[in-house]
Write a protein that binds this ligand. Structure first.
Ligand SMILES: C[S@@+](CC[C@H](N)C(=O)[O-])C[C@H]1O[C@@H](n2cnc3c(N)ncnc32)[C@H](O)[C@@H]1O
Length: 272
């Protein structure tokens, strides 16, 4: 079968599951052939070798498996991160959290920080690359992210400054750190997610408890108890009100919420 024929067949198969079936078919075929998309257009009458293996990829995408898990990689900020089942695919909105944290690190000349819930390593790798003198301790409770994050640290040669530790929140972190950053699970346990997320991404990375903000609140309490000055967290679009109430209840001196690019409340920065 030629490139053109195979793309047409794949586009048809992806119609139900993808908003842009032709584009996704091209992405998958580029990945399969290890060529960029311009090649597909320039040589659309070329025969495709191992078409069956390509059809397997299309089949997986047709069942709503995220593209990033199929190709094993996700673009984030200015890097390409390895991802696999069991590891959250980093989201573009988390880039805003990184920029806010980078501003504080820069202004206050911070050297030692921690991340809670390292996942693929997205936040820690980007921050370590931005600040060559920064040291980060990054925790997670699950084995898959710990393994994959370590590979990403090595890929970007920041494994000498980012240290991953299996720990819930900061339970196993006793070193002095000046700031904590986290994109924790913050969705309510019974929230109905889209198929590509709910059926494929890890529950431990998504659900924060019955209400959703339980882990967020615990993080605030733990950071406060450890006398760490700054905390920056991503949160759900509907959590500004309960978090404001919580900050006031526990006497947080300074807090500021931020929005994502779609205009939704998306997180906060706290100074204790
Ligand atoms: C939403 S993902 C964020 C991953 C990555 N930081 C990112 O922004 O793409 C949350 C991560 O927190 C981890 N996690 C869940 N509960 C945790 C806990 N109690 N302590 C530390 N990590 C936790 C999950 O395993 C998951 O990797």
């Amino acid at each position: 079968m030629t490139i053109q024929q195979l793309l047409k067949e794949a586009e048809e198969k992806l119609k139900e599951s993808c908003e842009r079936p032709r584009f996704e078919a091209e992405l998958l075929l580029s990945h399969h052939l290890e060529e960029d998309r311009t090649y597909l257009h320039a040589f659309d009458n070329h025969e495709v070798k191992e078409a069956e293996a390509f059809r397997v990829l299309v089949e997986r995408r047709a069942k709503h498996e995220p593209y990033e898990y199929i190709v094993g990689e996700a673009s984030f900020y200015d890097i390409e991160l390895k991802v696999e089942a069991g590891v959250l695919i980093p989201r573009p909105e988390t880039e805003i959290l990184i920029d806010l944290v980078a501003e504080i690190i820069d202004k206050k000349n911070l050297r030692n920080i921690a991340e809670i819930g390292v996942g693929s390593g997205a936040i820690s790798v980007v921050l370590a690359r931005k600040f060559p003198k920064l040291t980060i301790i990054a925790t997670d409770i699950c084995d898959a992210p710990i393994k994959v994050a370590q590979l990403n640290l090595e890929k970007y040669k920041v494994d000498n400054r980012v240290h991953i530790r299996k720990s819930s929140i900061l339970d196993e972190v006793n070193e002095a750190v000046e700031l904590v950053v986290s994109n924790p699970p913050y969705i309510a346990n019974d929230f109905k997610l889209e198929k590509n997320v709910g059926e494929y991404e890890p529950k431990e990375a998504l659900f924060g408890g019955r209400v959703g903000d339980e882990l967020l609140k615990q993080i605030v309490l733990d950071v406060k108890a450890k006398d760490i000055k700054y905390l920056a967290c991503e949160m759900g679009y509907d959590q500004k009100e309960p978090m404001t109430q919580f900050f006031n209840d526990i006497g947080v001196k300074y807090y500021k919420f931020y929005k994502d690019l779609a205009g939704f409340d998306r997180g906060f920065v706290v100074e204790f």
